[in-house]
Design a protein around this ligand. Sequence first.
Ligand code: DLL
Length: 433
Amino acid sequence: MERYYQPEIECASREQIERWQSERLIAQVRRVWENVPYYRKKMEEKGVTPEDIQGVRDLPKLPFLSKADLRDAYPYGLMGKPLKDCVRIHSTSGTTGKRVVAFYTQHDIDLWEDCCARALTAAGATDEDVVQVSYGYGLFTGGAGLDGGSHKVGCLTVPMSSGNTDRQIMFIRDLDATILCATPSYAAYLGERMQELGLGPEDIPLKAGIFGAEAWSEEMRRGIERTLGIKAYDIYGLTELSGPGVSFECSCQNGMHINEDHFIPEIIDPDTGEVLPEGAQGELVITAVDKEAFPMIRYRTKDICSLTYEKCPCGRTHVRMTKPKGRSDDMLIIRGVNVFPSQIETVLLNHGYAANYQILVDRVNNTDTFEILVEMTPEMFTDSIGEIQQLQKTLSLGLNSMLGIRPKVTLVAPKTIARSEGKAVRVIDKRKI
Ligand code: DLL
């Protein structure tokens, strides 16, 4: 049995990690200065040259890159290598504006797969495992990333992609799949479908799942762990920074280790851009120090989280980030109150509902309307109007105490909210602001 564990990197001392980061940062800044006119101009505007960057501590001197820059420079303006050296593109699932298109050299693919292999290993994978990859394949990074990582670990890889849920369940059972990779909402749906088919956790051989690409709560984790009979691990990443595997959970399930030999994290105040101290919550900014084709420096992820350098019992020394509680741009401002979909999910799951809900926001007569459609589970289904009204009221009050604003809650029959095979669509905001 072989494991793809690299303790010399993953458990390196802080001094060693910073030495690697500094060396790689200095070289990356120089490469970008020479090869990416768009970023060089940004550096010139900020009055900084490669000579000013002598190590990680100089990172704050560099300008940020944001999604707006990616849009400005679309599609080729941020490339660090000529097209002939690139071997792949991937793209985001974003629905508004131009999609992000990211480029990869073979070296970039190797380091990305390395990150995904570490994530699988942290979830217990060895070359004896069968990994079913149920993230979408294609432009989305989920399928290709975990597939590549699974190959690196030496697992038998089942490239299922998403969809056709009954066939997914059949393959898990027939091929003895031990690890499932999917979005958490799709994993929850698989569990629901299994229950409908009369199957319990004892009927499937899965032992672990690697779920990410969208925010999910601890309550949702417990639900998936229960219905699938597995340990559910979080994995984080974004297309601009290769894809899944920027960070991943270890068996302690207490924050995601950022692959610090490849990525340097910072937390900033999203309004002022000021770098915040360890433990403070803010926007995650990542510098990719050895990506070649799409070299992101101080990229603003928009994801809100915090960092801890505290020792992790698993032995890995790479810094941990908390689960992103939502994106600063996913945050809804309703009647002036900041609302994150994840807060709503927590309340619903605490009240025994499944995470099938949709948030509807509109503006009528200059006032925001705020309604949440919540699916009843088959066990709690009732068609007594009195009972439904009582349940709606209880939920609405529960949400009010979490959010500081009271939504209208409408309970709907089981299975009426459309399921997604990829990322769930949680918010429908019809306001034209
Ligand atoms: O979602 C990459 C990915 C694929 C990650 C599979 C994990 C597993 P994008 O489509 O570019 O890439 O979306 C990136 O998704 O900025 C976060 O807002 C969100 N996101 C990704 N992972 C998590 C997570 C992929 N574990 C955007 N928790 C990011 C919360 C996540 N949000």
